[in-house]
Design a protein around this ligand. Structure first.
Ligand code: NAD
Ligand code: MG
Length: 338
């Protein structure tokens, strides 16, 4: 069931008045854990920071949560840009639906979109309500409309209803971020049950198909579809066989759909993250040894934080990216993709 948490007009006014009055934070905002909670737009660039040492490095504490996991229970907590992302009106008035918007990469995109001026609907599993509630509050704090539409993307009818509901409650739909994903590690192909194979495909590739098919007729020219793929599409891990196959399929679907959508004026792109510190990894996505050393194999020697991907999702959604379609954007700490 949808939980429409509209924006109080007064809070939007406050934000706009604050911006107009030049009430902006100074550049003394630390990159990760300091700064104003709303991180308003400013004409000052973020401080120079060495990316290699910007964020926590492995070893990480061994930890495991029941699927789908909560970002709020991770140690250390991921950085989704809650205190650092600063918008500059790049998506003012846009209407975005983000699946898996409660946590991880989807949450980082949701925060960034709201601070860039978009109204945002997020989809997630009912068990993830505590994470989702935080995101809804952050979208509202940015002065934007927030719509929560929990449900299971493996269900075709839910996918159809999700798009229809987001479109109706946002008053339009011009950005679709198909980001939710399922990842279950298995050492051998003989350990992968038909049920697991089926669920990975339904979550990662069927849902993208169901959502895009429902959204395309509703999206005006200038709209954008963005799918979250993975470096596993190009360099598949031996313990992520079914997952990697879905990510390869996402890349192919995106490239095909991008060509098909040119006459409709809808751009379609994918993002291919390397290792990012999210709930997916600690709720069955990796072995405990991989969690302990998460990101160590990259040239930077650390995991990415979801906040570090937000600018890519903003770029791909924005009007400035009008010649960018059918592309895959990677962010993987120095590991070349392809
Ligand atoms: P995450 O756990 O924070 O987000 C995944 C989300 O998928 C969950 O929050 C959940 O809401 C959603 N989801 C899963 N199954 C669902 C279902 N049946 N119905 C509805 N929602 C469902 O983890 P994340 O890492 O931010 O994952 C986001 C995307 O990034 C995924 O597609 C993942 O494959 C991809 N990715 C992640 C990494 C990484 O290292 N974290 C690397 C490459 C790609
Ligand atoms: Mg989640």
């Amino acid at each position: 069931m949808a939980d429409d948490i509209g924006t109080p007009p007064s809070s939007r006014r406050t934000v706009l008045q604050g911006m107009a009055a030049g009430l902006v934070t100074a550049a003394a905002v630390a990159p990760h854990d300091a700064g104003a909670a709303s991180a308003p737009a400013t004409d000052t660039a973020a401080p120079l920071v060495n990316p290699e040492t910007r964020y926590p490095r492995p070893p990480f504490p061994r930890q495991s949560q029941p699927w789908p996991g909560l970002a709020g229970k991770m140690d250390p907590r991921p950085d989704h840009g809650e205190k650092s992302y600063r918008g500059s009106g790049r998506l003012a008035g846009r209407k975005a639906l983000i699946t898996g918007g409660d946590s991880g990469i989807g949450r980082a995109a949701a925060i960034a979109y709201a601070r860039e001026g978009a109204d945002v609907a997020i989809a997630y599993l009912p068990q993830e309500e505590p994470d989702a509630k935080e995101v809804i509050d952050l979208i509202r704090a940015a002065g934007r409309k927030a719509i929560a539409i929990p449900g299971d993307l493996r269900d075709e009818q839910y996918c159809k209803d999700l798009v229809a509901k987001a479109h109706a409650e946002l008053g339009g739909l011009d950005i679709l971020v198909s980001n939710a994903g399922r990842q279950v590690h298995q050492a051998s192909i003989v350990d992968i049950t038909t049920e697991q194979f089926d669920e990975t495909f339904r979550t990662n590739i069927y849902a993208l198909f169901f959502l895009a098919r429902a959204a395309v007729p509703l999206m005006p020219p200038g709209s954008a579809i963005i799918a979250t793929a993975s470096v596993n599409a190009f360099s598949p891990s031996e313990i992520l066989l079914d997952y990697s196959a879905t990510k390869g399929a996402i890349v192919a679907l995106v490239k095909s759909l991008a060509k098909q959508m040119v006459p409709k004026g809808i751009r379609v792109n994918a993002v291919a993250p390397g290792p990012f510190w999210t709930a997916l990894q600690v709720s069955g996505g990796q072995t405990q040894d991989h969690i302990h050393q998460f990101g160590a194999e990259t040239p930077m020697g650390r995991a990415g934080q979801p906040a570090e991907l937000a600018p890519v999702y903003v770029l791909l959604a924005s009007a400035e990216a009008s010649y960018i379609t059918g592309q895959v954007y990677a962010a993987s700490g120095g590991t070349g993709v392809g």
